[in-house]
Design a protein around this ligand. Structure first.
Ligand SMILES: *[C@@H]1O[C@H](CO)[C@@H](O)[C@H](O)[C@H]1NC(C)=O
Ligand SMILES: *[C@@H]1O[C@H](CO)[C@@H](O)[C@H](O)[C@H]1NC(C)=O
Ligand SMILES: *[C@@H]1O[C@H](CO)[C@@H](O)[C@H](O)[C@H]1NC(C)=O
Ligand SMILES: *[C@@H]1O[C@H](CO)[C@@H](O)[C@H](O)[C@H]1NC(C)=O
Length: 185
């Protein structure tokens, strides 16, 4: 066989391999792992220091750190350490903690931005899932990117769908989170 023929044969093989891997990437639209959990946030309000799982740590100059600011709470930054449960009961045995921060970044309308991790520590799941993204929480459902993970969630990538499941004034809210991972190892 001439070397020109060999080279063109190799080139054809390369083309086949590269196109098939491209189609494979495109069609993987089904999640490789799904998980539904709830997290519960009890905001400090000046009277519930023992129970609070979150606190305003920064507020605009026209507000304070006890009461959420006027104008859609714009400018407040909240740090949280919330229990994660498998059902919607705050008193169920937690399977981990949701830890991180959210900040109110809408002045004309309610809007938040979340940067946080789920630290799972149960017999079923051990590991961390990290999320970051906008939560325009007046929408019924919101999608937050899953940007990485460790342990059982090593190299995770996907989408978390947030749905506010309950809220009581400015003190308590509960979010149902449907996690769909599209990359699993
Ligand atoms: C703390 O939570 C417990 C259990 O839900 C409740 O009985 C108690 O009233 C709460 N205390 C405060 C200060 O909110
Ligand atoms: C914080 O602001 C609220 C609302 O303006 C006010 O009622 C409250 O007294 C303030 N608290 C402190 C500790 O300044
Ligand atoms: C995870 O759970 C185990 C068993 O309850 C406990 O011993 C351990 O301290 C927990 N780890 C973390 C990081 O919370
Ligand atoms: C979230 O998961 C629950 C339970 O599997 C399902 O009933 C619900 O439709 C899902 N919601 C979204 C927005 O995907």
């Amino acid at each position: 066989m001439g070397s020109t023929k060999l080279i063109s044969l190799l080139f054809c093989l390369l083309l086949i391999v590269s196109t098939s891997s491209a189609t494979q990437k495109k069609k993987s639209r089904k999640p490789c792992k799904t998980l539904v959990v709830y997290f519960h946030d009890i905001l400090y309000n000046g009277q519930n220091a023992e129970n609070a799982t979150s606190a305003i740590v920064a507020a605009p100059a026209w507000a304070n750190k006890t009461i959420l600011a006027e104008q859609n709470h714009f400018g407040d930054i909240i740090v949280f350490d919330d229990p994660i449960t498998l059902d919607n009961n705050l008193h169920s045995t937690p399977v981990g903690r949701a830890q991180g921060l959210y900040l109110y970044d809408g002045k004309q309308t309610f809007s938040t931005w979340f940067g946080f991790s789920f630290l799972f520590n149960s017999t079923e799941h051990k590991g961390i899932v990290t999320f970051a993204g906008a939560d325009p929480f007046l929408e019924k459902t919101r999608e937050i990117p899953v940007i990485g993970g460790t342990g059982d969630f090593f190299m995770a990538r996907g989408i978390a769908t947030f749905m506010t499941d309950a809220f009581e004034g400015q003190v308590y809210f509960r979010v149902r989170v449907n996690i769909s991972l599209y990359e699993c190892w």
